[in-house]
Each structure stands twice: as structure tokens, then as C-alpha cells.
Design a protein around this ligand. Structure first.
Ligand code: NDP
Length: 470
């Protein structure tokens, strides 16, 4: 049977675009890609890219404050949100153009419309035309979830942040994950009176406990009001703002509320059920290590599969899929060691591998940790403490996890990730000569473990006291 295309990709985000481009340009496949919204997907249009530019924008007041401590007469003045937003969207349009032109240059046919799967080899576009393909790749990503409490439709989701007409005076951020911590940091930096509310006592569940404590403390340190261990039970309109009710009986009015309570796979209305594609409990497409669904001609990569929901992982999955199916080079992605960073300010959190809690549950580990006030911020009068932490397997000596809470930790963890991915031992770190004076040199100068942890004996309180001074 002959098909219109060898591959039809649904979704023009990081994973879909990579798969389409590699399949067409490197492996000579006949490829089409359908995207209903803007090319580039969540990362480029409403995620990582605009978020990081907003982080940069939000740093100015703290930079000026630090400059004053270094002897400068520095003031930032007022923040011109409309000016910044206009420039931001110009930049996003530029990047979107690069994504589209890259696809066209690779010979990919692009349909700027929604696509729906009709059967294992056929897709229907929004204009009613039907196209066939030997393989269909679903790469439609995810979208923000609302928690389902009364009135939560009054609140913004992260997508809305980049299009706001004006900055809210007083804002509530709800959630304790990547997006909540990063956006609370941004909004505070841009001058909003910012509160973060979370149902637990610390943000960033799943991260190393020491790191979680430090990120939570830093939010408070930069002036974000924290309402922890509490749930929002209802939201209602209050004049031009929103009144939030909490389960401790309190209520507070905010000019705006931003929900950051997770994301879910974008699988509704795609025709997946009709085509017989198996979905998981959260609506995610169930795939094997080759990103193949239970329908042999249908594959899926990226957040829609809810494996590791990060842009570089989607890109890897898309690339591996294209190499496997069209390049005669079968390979799949190892999801077990993926570095990531949470872009809070002034210190970021960079992490790879196991947390102490996970590592010591099944083996003896040595914990190497340094906590200190970095020279630069200390000179400017800040008492914020950085953390460098290595989790080392007592038996094999391999570094199982690395957690860095420090300025530019995202940059540092990328390099540490090379060593950890290669299976470096603690002794390999020790062999590496320090670069002085840097923060990262602490990673190669920690000689003695601060403790051993294992299934039988987890955590001494000495490090706790050093890390979290009263
Ligand atoms: P996360 O899954 O990281 O966090 C969701 C947060 O919302 C958690 O703190 C969770 O609490 C809380 N929550 C969930 N449901 C409810 C509810 N019903 N009521 C109250 N609180 C609730 O999601 P995000 O939205 O922050 O981010 C989505 C994904 O985007 C991330 O997983 C990450 O993969 C990606 N991302 C990555 C970034 C980066 O690499 N820097 C930046 C931004 C996003 P609890 O912990 O109790 O479950």
C-alpha cells in the first residue's frame, strides 16, 4: 500500500520538530508535520524560552541592590512591562520563524492546522482533507491542569503570564513545583507583592530534601510570602480581584491568581481512542522504549507520554525515533539519568541522579556536602547559603547524585552531569584539580563524608543544623 508520507508528525514542539527534521533531512523520509498553534510548542512559545527571558528581566532590582553594596550608585527605576512584553513576543516570533524555516529547508511539508487520527495510517486535518502515512508520530505535549476547586477558572495558568495587559499588584501563585517556584521568583523580582501557597511544608517534592529546604527558605528570603501546609478551597470574584479561601479558615484578596498545579497530556480529541491507542490513567500515551504505542504504526514522544517531561528529553526521544525508524540506527533514550534545573533566584537548583532519600533506601551511601555563603553575595551582605552535595555509593564509589543550589547551578549541573553520566566515582571527582576561586570547586574538594546513610540509619542532625540555621 502506498502512503502520502513515510511519517506524519502531529505537534510542532521540541520533540515533533526534531523527529520530522531528522527523518527528512538526514534519512530522506517523506515527512509532513501538522501544528494547530504556533510552531515551537510549549518550550519556545509559552515555556522555557519566555520564562528564562522573564527571569533575566526580574533580576535587575537585585542586581542594582548588589551593585550598591559594591559601591555603585545604582537604581533600576520602574519596570516597563508593555515594552518588555512587546520585545519578548518579537523574539518568540523570530524563534517560531526559525522552527518553521528549518522544517521547510529539510523538505518537511507543514500543515498549519489541527490534525486528528482517523485510523492507524490516516490523519484528518481541520480543513477536512485526509492524509495517509506509514507512521504517525504524536508529539502534542501537555497543558496546564486546573485543580478543580470552585472558582479556579478565575485564575491564570502559566500560558497567560506572557500576555498579561499589566502586572498584578498583589498575586498568589498556587503550587510547589518547577513552575510555581520559578514564577513566584519572577513575579517578586518584577515588583509584584507575591504569595506562594502550597499544600505541603516545602516546595519541590521529589527533589533532595536539603535542596528543597534551601529553595523554600530562599523564596522567603527574597520576599515571597509563603502560605504552606494549606489548601485553597475556593476562589471568588472580589471587585477587580479574586478572593481566595483557605482550609485554615482564612481568606485573602489578590489582584490575580496563577495556578501552577501541574500539567497533563494533551490527548483529548485526537482520535487516539478510536484508533485503539492505549492511554494511561492520566491520559498519557503508553509507549515502549522505542516510543511505540500498542498500534505498531503510531508512535509518541515528549510530554504527551508523561515520561520525563523536559524539553531536552523530548528532543532526544524524537531524534532516537527518527534514527530508529528511518536511519537504520536503532537506539532509545535512557531516562534514568536526566539533569534538570529550577531557575529560582538568586540561587538556582541543579540536580542529576538520585536524591539522598532515594539512594539510601536500598543501599549504603556516603554523603559529601558543603554549605557556605558564596563570596560574592556574602560581600553584598546576604546570608544565603549555597549547597554542593554528592551522593556516593559506599560499595562502588560511584557518584549516584549531585545537587547544587547556587548561582548558575543550571550551568554547573550540565558539566557535572557529564561526569555522573560517565559513571564517575568520588575518587574521579577528587582527582580533578579545582578551578579557584569558584563555587564549583567545592565539588572536587570535599574530602570527608558528612555522614553515611542507608536503609538502617538515615540522616544525622549535624548537617541539618548547618544547612538550615535557625
Ligand atoms: P509539577 O508537577 O512540578 O508541580 C505541580 C505542583 O502542584 C506540585 O507542587 C503539586 O503538589 C501541586 N498540585 C498538584 N495538584 C494540586 C492540587 N489539586 N491542589 C494543590 N496543589 C496541587 O508541575 P509544574 O506545573 O510546576 O510543572 C510541570 C512540568 O513542567 C514539570 O514537571 C517539569 O517537567 C516542567 N517544567 C520544567 C521546568 C524546568 O526544567 N526548569 C520549568 C517549568 C516546568 P504536590 O507536590 O503535593 O503533588
Amino acid at each position: 500500500m502506498s502512503f502520502d508520507f513515510d511519517l506524519l508528525v502531529i505537534g510542532g514542539g521540541s520533540g515533533g520538530v526534531r523527529a520530522a527534521r531528522i527523518a527528512a533531512s538526514q534519512h530522506g523520509a517523506r515527512v509532513a508535520l501538522a501544528e494547530e498553534s504556533r510552531m515551537g510548542g510549549t518550550c519556545v512559545i509559552r515555556g522555557c524560552v519566555p520564562k528564562k527571558l522573564m527571569i533575566f528581566a526580574s533580576e535587575a532590582p537585585a542586581a542594582a541592590a548588589e551593585a550598591r553594596e559594591y559601591g555603585w550608585q545604582a537604581e533600576t527605576g520602574a519596570f516597563d512591562w508593555p515594552m518588555f512584553r512587546g520585545k519578548l513576543h518579537t523574539e518568540l516570533s523570530r524563534l517560531e520563524g526559525i522552527y518553521t524555516s528549518g522544517l521547510l529547508a529539510a523538505g518537511v511539508e507543514v500543515f498549519h492546522q489541527r490534525a486528528r487520527i482517523v485510523d492507524p495510517h490516516m490523519v484528518e486535518l481541520a480543513d477536512g482533507t485526509r492524509r495517509t502515512a506509514a507512521h504517525i508520530l504524536v508529539a502534542v505535549g501537555g497543558r496546564p491542569s486546573r485543580p478543580g476547586i470552585p472558582g479556579d477558572d478565575l485564575a491564570m495558568i502559566s500560558d497567560d503570564l506572557f500576555d498579561m495587559e499589566r502586572l498584578p499588584g498583589k498575586v498568589l501563585v498556587m503550587g510547589g513545583g518547577f513552575i510555581a517556584t520559578e514564577f513566584a521568583t519572577i513575579l517578586k523580582g518584577l515588583g509584584c507583592d507575591t504569595t506562594l501557597t502550597h499544600r505541603r511544608g516545602r516546595v519541590l517534592r521529589g527533589f533532595d530534601e536539603d535542596a528543597r529546604a534551601l529553595v523554600t527558605h530562599q523564596l522567603e528570603h527574597i520576599g515571597v510570602s509563603l502560605r504552606l501546609d494549606v489548601n485553597v478551597t475556593a476562589m471568588e470574584r472580589d471587585g477587580g480581584g479574586i478572593r481566595c479561601h483557605f482550609d485554615d479558615g482564612s481568606a485573602e484578596r489578590f489582584d490575580a491568581v496563577m495556578l501552577a498545579t501541574g500539567r497533563h497530556p494533551n490527548t483529548e480529541g485526537l482520535g487516539l481512542e478510536a484508533a485503539g491507542v492505549k492511554l494511561g490513567k492520566g491520559g498519557e500515551i503508553v509507549v515502549d522504549q522505542w516510543s511505540q504505542t500498542n498500534i505498531p504504526s503510531i508512535f509518541a514522544v515528549g510530554d504527551v507520554t508523561d515520561r520525563v517531561n523536559l524539553t531536552p528529553v523530548a528532543i532526544r526521544e524524537g531524534h532516537a525515533f527518527a534514527d530508529t525508524m528511518f536511519g537504520g540506527h536503532p537506539r532509545h533514550v535512557d531516562h534514568s539519568l536526566v539533569a534538570s534545573a529550577v531557575y529560582t533566584r538568586p540561587f538556582e537548583l541543579g540536580t542529576i541522579g538520585l536524591t539522598e532519600e532515594d539512594a539510601c533506601a536500598s543501599r549504603e551511601v556516603e554523603i559529601y556536602a558543603a554549605t557556605f555563603r558564596p563570596m560574592r553575595s556574602l560581600f553584598a551582605g546576604s546570608d544565603l547559603r549555597a549547597l554542593m552535595k554528592l551522593i556516593v555509593c559506599a560499595e562502588t564509589r560511584k557518584v549516584l547524585g549531585c545537587h547544587i543550589f547556587a548561582p548558575e547551578a543550571g550551568e554547573m549541573i550540565q558539566l557535572a552531569a557529564v561526569a555522573v553520566t560517565m559513571g564517575a566515582t568520588k575518587e574521579d571527582f577528587d582527582l580533578t584539580v579545582a578551578v579557584h576561586p569558584t563555587l564549583a570547586e567545592e565539588l572536587v574538594t570535599m574530602r570527608m563524608p558528612v555522614r553515611r546513610s542507608g536503609p538502617e540509619h538515615h540522616r544525622s542532625h549535624d548537617l541539618d543544623r548547618a544547612l538550615h540555621p535557625a
